[in-house]
Design a protein around this ligand. Structure first.
Ligand code: NAG
Ligand code: NAG
Ligand code: NAG
Ligand code: NAG
Ligand code: NAG
Ligand code: NAG
Length: 286
Protein backbone atom coordinates (compact mmCIF):
# COMPACT_ATOMS: atom_id res chain seq x y z
CA UNK A 1 0.00 0.00 0.00
CA UNK A 2 1.49 3.30 -1.03
CA UNK A 3 1.20 6.39 1.10
CA UNK A 4 0.03 8.94 -1.39
CA UNK A 5 -0.46 12.64 -1.21
CA UNK A 6 -3.96 13.86 -1.54
CA UNK A 7 -5.53 17.24 -1.76
CA UNK A 8 -9.18 17.89 -2.21
CA UNK A 9 -8.56 17.93 -5.94
CA UNK A 10 -10.65 20.18 -8.08
CA UNK A 11 -9.89 20.16 -11.77
CA UNK A 12 -11.12 23.45 -13.12
CA UNK A 13 -8.99 25.94 -11.17
CA UNK A 14 -5.89 24.28 -12.56
CA UNK A 15 -6.50 26.29 -15.67
CA UNK A 16 -6.26 29.54 -13.83
CA UNK A 17 -2.99 28.49 -12.32
CA UNK A 18 -1.70 27.23 -15.64
CA UNK A 19 -2.33 30.64 -17.11
CA UNK A 20 -0.92 32.39 -14.10
CA UNK A 21 2.21 30.31 -14.27
CA UNK A 22 2.66 31.05 -17.95
CA UNK A 23 2.36 34.74 -17.26
CA UNK A 24 4.75 34.53 -14.36
CA UNK A 25 7.31 32.69 -16.44
CA UNK A 26 7.90 35.84 -18.40
CA UNK A 27 8.47 37.99 -15.37
CA UNK A 28 10.27 35.96 -12.82
CA UNK A 29 13.89 35.78 -12.01
CA UNK A 30 15.50 32.68 -10.73
CA UNK A 31 17.30 33.23 -7.52
CA UNK A 32 19.11 30.65 -5.52
CA UNK A 33 19.68 30.05 -1.86
CA UNK A 34 20.40 26.52 -1.06
CA UNK A 35 21.00 26.33 2.60
CA UNK A 36 18.67 24.82 5.10
CA UNK A 37 19.54 27.48 7.63
CA UNK A 38 16.46 28.38 9.64
CA UNK A 39 14.56 25.26 8.55
CA UNK A 40 12.67 23.60 11.38
CA UNK A 41 11.35 20.13 10.62
CA UNK A 42 9.51 18.25 13.34
CA UNK A 43 8.70 14.58 13.00
CA UNK A 44 5.68 14.45 15.31
CA UNK A 45 5.41 11.38 17.49
CA UNK A 46 9.00 10.38 16.79
CA UNK A 47 10.43 9.37 20.13
CA UNK A 48 14.16 9.25 19.48
CA UNK A 49 15.50 12.67 20.43
CA UNK A 50 18.58 12.54 18.17
CA UNK A 51 18.06 14.45 14.91
CA UNK A 52 18.16 12.46 11.68
CA UNK A 53 18.24 13.07 7.94
CA UNK A 54 15.60 11.67 5.65
CA UNK A 55 16.94 9.74 2.66
CA UNK A 56 14.30 11.24 0.33
CA UNK A 57 14.31 14.88 1.45
CA UNK A 58 18.04 15.20 1.05
CA UNK A 59 19.88 17.61 3.29
CA UNK A 60 17.07 18.35 5.71
CA UNK A 61 17.48 17.45 9.35
CA UNK A 62 14.43 16.25 11.24
CA UNK A 63 13.80 16.43 14.96
CA UNK A 64 11.41 14.77 17.34
CA UNK A 65 8.56 17.08 18.44
CA UNK A 66 9.41 16.40 22.10
CA UNK A 67 9.87 19.77 23.80
CA UNK A 68 7.78 21.67 21.23
CA UNK A 69 4.40 20.60 22.60
CA UNK A 70 2.90 19.43 25.86
CA UNK A 71 0.66 16.41 26.12
CA UNK A 72 -0.61 14.22 23.36
CA UNK A 73 0.16 10.60 22.63
CA UNK A 74 2.72 9.20 20.22
CA UNK A 75 1.73 6.60 17.62
CA UNK A 76 2.89 4.74 14.55
CA UNK A 77 0.78 4.24 11.46
CA UNK A 78 -0.52 0.70 10.89
CA UNK A 79 2.07 -1.85 9.81
CA UNK A 80 0.40 -2.33 6.42
CA UNK A 81 1.10 1.31 5.50
CA UNK A 82 4.69 1.51 6.76
CA UNK A 83 6.43 0.36 3.61
CA UNK A 84 4.46 2.86 1.52
CA UNK A 85 5.68 5.91 3.48
CA UNK A 86 7.63 8.27 1.21
CA UNK A 87 9.04 10.27 4.11
CA UNK A 88 10.16 8.89 7.48
CA UNK A 89 7.99 11.50 9.20
CA UNK A 90 4.83 9.88 7.81
CA UNK A 91 5.42 6.79 9.93
CA UNK A 92 4.75 8.42 13.31
CA UNK A 93 2.27 10.99 14.57
CA UNK A 94 1.05 12.63 17.74
CA UNK A 95 -2.63 12.61 18.64
CA UNK A 96 -4.44 14.90 21.08
CA UNK A 97 -7.40 13.07 22.60
CA UNK A 98 -7.61 15.57 25.49
CA UNK A 99 -8.30 19.28 25.45
CA UNK A 100 -10.03 21.42 22.87
CA UNK A 101 -6.82 23.17 21.91
CA UNK A 102 -3.27 21.79 21.88
CA UNK A 103 -0.43 23.99 20.67
CA UNK A 104 3.07 23.57 19.36
CA UNK A 105 5.52 26.43 19.94
CA UNK A 106 8.06 26.88 17.16
CA UNK A 107 10.95 29.33 17.49
CA UNK A 108 10.94 32.18 14.98
CA UNK A 109 12.14 35.74 14.49
CA UNK A 110 9.78 38.68 14.87
CA UNK A 111 8.75 40.07 11.49
CA UNK A 112 10.33 37.23 9.52
CA UNK A 113 8.36 35.94 6.55
CA UNK A 114 8.10 32.18 6.33
CA UNK A 115 6.27 29.18 5.01
CA UNK A 116 4.61 26.95 7.58
CA UNK A 117 3.43 23.48 6.59
CA UNK A 118 1.67 20.78 8.56
CA UNK A 119 1.32 17.22 7.27
CA UNK A 120 -1.23 14.63 8.29
CA UNK A 121 -1.10 10.90 7.67
CA UNK A 122 -3.82 9.05 9.53
CA UNK A 123 -2.55 5.61 8.51
CA UNK A 124 -5.15 3.92 10.74
CA UNK A 125 -2.82 4.46 13.71
CA UNK A 126 -5.65 3.70 16.15
CA UNK A 127 -6.93 0.65 14.27
CA UNK A 128 -10.41 2.19 14.10
CA UNK A 129 -10.57 2.91 10.35
CA UNK A 130 -11.75 6.28 11.56
CA UNK A 131 -11.56 8.00 8.15
CA UNK A 132 -13.93 5.50 6.57
CA UNK A 133 -16.38 4.71 9.39
CA UNK A 134 -19.09 6.78 7.77
CA UNK A 135 -19.05 9.65 10.28
CA UNK A 136 -17.52 13.11 9.95
CA UNK A 137 -13.84 13.42 10.85
CA UNK A 138 -12.85 17.07 11.16
CA UNK A 139 -10.49 19.17 13.24
CA UNK A 140 -9.10 22.68 13.08
CA UNK A 141 -5.75 24.38 12.76
CA UNK A 142 -4.95 27.76 14.24
CA UNK A 143 -1.87 29.94 14.16
CA UNK A 144 -1.98 31.54 17.58
CA UNK A 145 -5.55 32.73 17.91
CA UNK A 146 -6.13 33.01 14.17
CA UNK A 147 -8.02 30.39 12.22
CA UNK A 148 -5.78 28.72 9.64
CA UNK A 149 -7.70 25.83 8.11
CA UNK A 150 -9.91 22.82 8.72
CA UNK A 151 -8.68 19.29 8.21
CA UNK A 152 -11.36 17.11 6.70
CA UNK A 153 -10.33 13.48 6.86
CA UNK A 154 -13.87 12.20 6.25
CA UNK A 155 -13.86 9.38 3.68
CA UNK A 156 -10.13 9.79 3.16
CA UNK A 157 -8.11 6.76 2.15
CA UNK A 158 -6.15 6.03 5.36
CA UNK A 159 -2.92 5.86 3.36
CA UNK A 160 -3.32 9.44 2.12
CA UNK A 161 -1.27 12.34 3.39
CA UNK A 162 -2.93 15.74 3.57
CA UNK A 163 -0.95 18.90 4.00
CA UNK A 164 -1.73 22.50 4.77
CA UNK A 165 0.61 25.33 4.02
CA UNK A 166 0.52 29.03 4.85
CA UNK A 167 2.80 31.94 4.02
CA UNK A 168 2.86 34.28 6.96
CA UNK A 169 4.91 36.74 9.00
CA UNK A 170 6.06 35.79 12.49
CA UNK A 171 4.23 37.94 15.03
CA UNK A 172 6.91 37.40 17.69
CA UNK A 173 9.94 35.29 18.53
CA UNK A 174 7.82 32.16 18.33
CA UNK A 175 4.81 30.95 16.42
CA UNK A 176 2.18 28.72 17.90
CA UNK A 177 0.41 26.12 15.81
CA UNK A 178 -2.70 24.73 17.47
CA UNK A 179 -4.86 21.70 16.77
CA UNK A 180 -8.49 22.33 17.60
CA UNK A 181 -10.81 19.53 18.62
CA UNK A 182 -14.29 20.05 17.13
CA UNK A 183 -15.65 16.93 18.80
CA UNK A 184 -15.58 15.23 15.39
CA UNK A 185 -12.52 13.04 15.77
CA UNK A 186 -9.18 13.15 17.56
CA UNK A 187 -6.78 15.73 16.08
CA UNK A 188 -3.34 14.45 15.13
CA UNK A 189 -0.33 15.66 13.18
CA UNK A 190 2.59 13.88 11.49
CA UNK A 191 5.03 16.68 10.68
CA UNK A 192 5.47 20.43 11.07
CA UNK A 193 7.82 22.39 8.85
CA UNK A 194 8.93 26.00 9.05
CA UNK A 195 10.89 27.52 6.13
CA UNK A 196 12.18 31.08 6.08
CA UNK A 197 11.49 33.13 2.95
CA UNK A 198 13.24 36.24 1.71
CA UNK A 199 11.51 39.42 2.84
CA UNK A 200 11.13 40.46 -0.81
CA UNK A 201 9.15 37.34 -1.65
CA UNK A 202 5.36 37.34 -1.76
CA UNK A 203 5.08 41.11 -1.17
CA UNK A 204 1.33 40.76 -0.52
CA UNK A 205 2.11 38.75 2.63
CA UNK A 206 2.60 41.02 5.64
CA UNK A 207 1.78 41.18 9.34
CA UNK A 208 -1.94 41.45 8.55
CA UNK A 209 -2.17 39.22 5.47
CA UNK A 210 -1.27 35.52 5.32
CA UNK A 211 -1.82 33.31 2.29
CA UNK A 212 -2.99 29.70 2.45
CA UNK A 213 -2.15 26.98 -0.03
CA UNK A 214 -4.55 26.20 -2.81
CA UNK A 215 -2.43 24.47 -5.46
CA UNK A 216 1.15 24.98 -6.65
CA UNK A 217 1.62 23.01 -9.81
CA UNK A 218 4.59 22.29 -12.00
CA UNK A 219 4.13 21.39 -15.65
CA UNK A 220 6.12 19.05 -17.84
CA UNK A 221 7.63 15.78 -16.80
CA UNK A 222 8.28 15.31 -13.08
CA UNK A 223 9.76 12.28 -11.41
CA UNK A 224 7.76 12.54 -8.20
CA UNK A 225 4.27 13.73 -7.41
CA UNK A 226 5.81 16.32 -5.07
CA UNK A 227 8.87 18.34 -6.04
CA UNK A 228 10.45 20.13 -3.07
CA UNK A 229 13.89 20.80 -1.53
CA UNK A 230 16.60 20.74 -2.84
CA UNK A 231 15.08 21.60 -6.25
CA UNK A 232 13.25 24.42 -4.48
CA UNK A 233 15.60 26.05 -1.96
CA UNK A 234 12.55 27.28 0.01
CA UNK A 235 11.14 23.74 0.13
CA UNK A 236 7.78 24.69 -1.34
CA UNK A 237 5.69 21.75 -2.54
CA UNK A 238 5.13 21.68 -6.30
CA UNK A 239 2.51 19.19 -7.38
CA UNK A 240 2.96 17.28 -10.60
CA UNK A 241 0.29 18.19 -13.09
CA UNK A 242 -2.11 15.31 -13.54
CA UNK A 243 -2.85 15.76 -17.25
CA UNK A 244 0.32 14.62 -18.93
CA UNK A 245 -1.05 12.32 -21.57
CA UNK A 246 -2.22 13.17 -25.11
CA UNK A 247 -3.21 15.80 -26.27
CA UNK A 248 -0.88 17.31 -23.65
CA UNK A 249 2.77 17.22 -24.63
CA UNK A 250 5.69 17.62 -22.24
CA UNK A 251 8.47 19.97 -23.23
CA UNK A 252 11.87 20.58 -21.71
CA UNK A 253 14.98 22.62 -22.26
CA UNK A 254 18.46 22.51 -20.83
CA UNK A 255 19.00 26.19 -21.66
CA UNK A 256 19.16 28.84 -19.01
CA UNK A 257 15.66 30.23 -18.69
CA UNK A 258 15.74 33.97 -19.31
CA UNK A 259 15.22 35.91 -16.13
CA UNK A 260 14.60 39.51 -15.29
CA UNK A 261 16.73 41.20 -12.67
CA UNK A 262 15.14 42.78 -9.61
CA UNK A 263 12.10 40.51 -9.31
CA UNK A 264 12.34 38.39 -6.19
CA UNK A 265 8.63 37.91 -5.71
CA UNK A 266 8.41 34.19 -6.37
CA UNK A 267 11.89 32.86 -7.02
CA UNK A 268 10.62 29.88 -8.98
CA UNK A 269 13.49 27.40 -9.40
CA UNK A 270 14.96 27.26 -12.91
CA UNK A 271 14.58 23.47 -12.95
CA UNK A 272 10.82 24.03 -12.82
CA UNK A 273 10.87 26.65 -15.57
CA UNK A 274 12.89 24.33 -17.79
CA UNK A 275 9.91 22.02 -18.16
CA UNK A 276 6.51 22.84 -19.53
CA UNK A 277 3.34 21.33 -20.94
CA UNK A 278 1.71 22.30 -24.19
CA UNK A 279 -1.38 21.20 -26.07
CA UNK A 280 -1.04 19.51 -29.45
CA UNK A 281 -2.25 22.23 -31.78
CA UNK A 282 -3.68 19.62 -34.18
CA UNK A 283 -5.97 18.29 -31.47
CA UNK A 284 -9.62 19.19 -31.53
CA UNK A 285 -12.05 17.99 -28.91
CA UNK A 286 -15.13 18.71 -31.00
C1 NAG B 1 -6.31 12.65 29.17
O1 NAG B 1 -7.07 12.91 30.31
C2 NAG B 1 -7.24 11.74 31.14
C3 NAG B 1 -8.21 12.08 32.24
O2 NAG B 1 -7.85 13.29 32.85
C4 NAG B 1 -5.87 11.29 31.65
O3 NAG B 1 -6.01 10.13 32.41
C5 NAG B 1 -4.96 11.02 30.47
O4 NAG B 1 -3.67 10.72 30.92
C6 NAG B 1 -4.90 12.21 29.54
N1 NAG B 1 -4.19 11.83 28.31
C7 NAG B 1 -3.34 12.64 27.72
C8 NAG B 1 -2.72 12.12 26.47
O5 NAG B 1 -3.05 13.74 28.12
C1 NAG C 1 -10.53 -1.63 8.56
O1 NAG C 1 -10.69 -1.72 7.16
C2 NAG C 1 -10.03 -2.81 6.59
C3 NAG C 1 -10.13 -2.71 5.09
O2 NAG C 1 -11.40 -2.30 4.71
C4 NAG C 1 -10.61 -4.11 7.14
O3 NAG C 1 -9.91 -5.22 6.61
C5 NAG C 1 -10.47 -4.10 8.66
O4 NAG C 1 -11.11 -5.24 9.20
C6 NAG C 1 -11.09 -2.86 9.26
N1 NAG C 1 -10.80 -2.80 10.67
C7 NAG C 1 -11.73 -2.51 11.58
C8 NAG C 1 -11.24 -2.47 12.99
O5 NAG C 1 -12.90 -2.28 11.30
C1 NAG D 1 -15.83 16.80 4.67
O1 NAG D 1 -15.73 15.81 3.66
C2 NAG D 1 -16.93 15.07 3.49
C3 NAG D 1 -16.63 13.94 2.51
O2 NAG D 1 -15.96 14.39 1.39
C4 NAG D 1 -18.03 16.00 3.00
O3 NAG D 1 -19.23 15.28 2.84
C5 NAG D 1 -18.21 17.10 4.03
O4 NAG D 1 -19.15 18.05 3.55
C6 NAG D 1 -16.91 17.81 4.30
N1 NAG D 1 -17.11 18.74 5.40
C7 NAG D 1 -16.53 19.94 5.45
C8 NAG D 1 -16.86 20.80 6.61
O5 NAG D 1 -15.75 20.32 4.59
C1 NAG E 1 -0.79 44.24 4.10
O1 NAG E 1 -1.13 44.15 2.73
C2 NAG E 1 -2.47 44.57 2.47
C3 NAG E 1 -2.78 44.24 1.02
O2 NAG E 1 -1.71 44.53 0.19
C4 NAG E 1 -2.61 46.04 2.82
O3 NAG E 1 -3.92 46.47 2.56
C5 NAG E 1 -2.28 46.22 4.30
O4 NAG E 1 -2.30 47.60 4.62
C6 NAG E 1 -0.92 45.66 4.61
N1 NAG E 1 -0.74 45.67 6.05
C7 NAG E 1 0.39 46.08 6.61
C8 NAG E 1 0.42 46.03 8.11
O5 NAG E 1 1.34 46.48 5.97
C1 NAG F 1 13.25 16.27 -23.01
O1 NAG F 1 12.48 16.22 -24.22
C2 NAG F 1 12.92 15.23 -25.15
C3 NAG F 1 12.03 15.30 -26.38
O2 NAG F 1 11.89 16.60 -26.83
C4 NAG F 1 12.88 13.85 -24.54
O3 NAG F 1 13.44 12.92 -25.46
C5 NAG F 1 13.68 13.84 -23.25
O4 NAG F 1 13.52 12.59 -22.62
C6 NAG F 1 13.22 14.92 -22.31
N1 NAG F 1 14.07 14.94 -21.14
C7 NAG F 1 13.61 15.09 -19.92
C8 NAG F 1 14.62 15.10 -18.83
O5 NAG F 1 12.42 15.24 -19.69
C1 NAG G 1 0.30 18.52 -36.72
O1 NAG G 1 -0.04 18.34 -38.08
C2 NAG G 1 1.00 18.72 -38.98
C3 NAG G 1 0.45 18.58 -40.40
O2 NAG G 1 -0.21 17.33 -40.54
C4 NAG G 1 2.22 17.83 -38.75
O3 NAG G 1 3.29 18.23 -39.60
C5 NAG G 1 2.69 18.00 -37.31
O4 NAG G 1 3.76 17.13 -37.03
C6 NAG G 1 1.53 17.70 -36.36
N1 NAG G 1 1.95 18.00 -34.99
C7 NAG G 1 1.98 17.09 -34.03
C8 NAG G 1 2.44 17.59 -32.68
O5 NAG G 1 1.63 15.95 -34.17
Amino acid sequence: MVISFGCSARRRPTWILALLLLILITMIRVHGQSSTSGFISLDCGYRNTSPYKDSVIRGIQLLSDVGFVEGGLTHQIAAEFMSGAVYESQKTLRSFPNGSRNCYTLPSTTGKKFLLRALFTYGDYDGLNRTVDGTLFLFGLHIGVNFWDTLNLTNMDPSNTLWKEVLTVAPGDSVSVCLINFGLGTPSVSALELRPLLDAMYPFVNTSVSVGYFRRIRFGEATNFITRYPVDPYDRFWEQWALNSYPWINLNTSSQVEILPGDDYFNVPMAIFQKATTLDTNYSSS
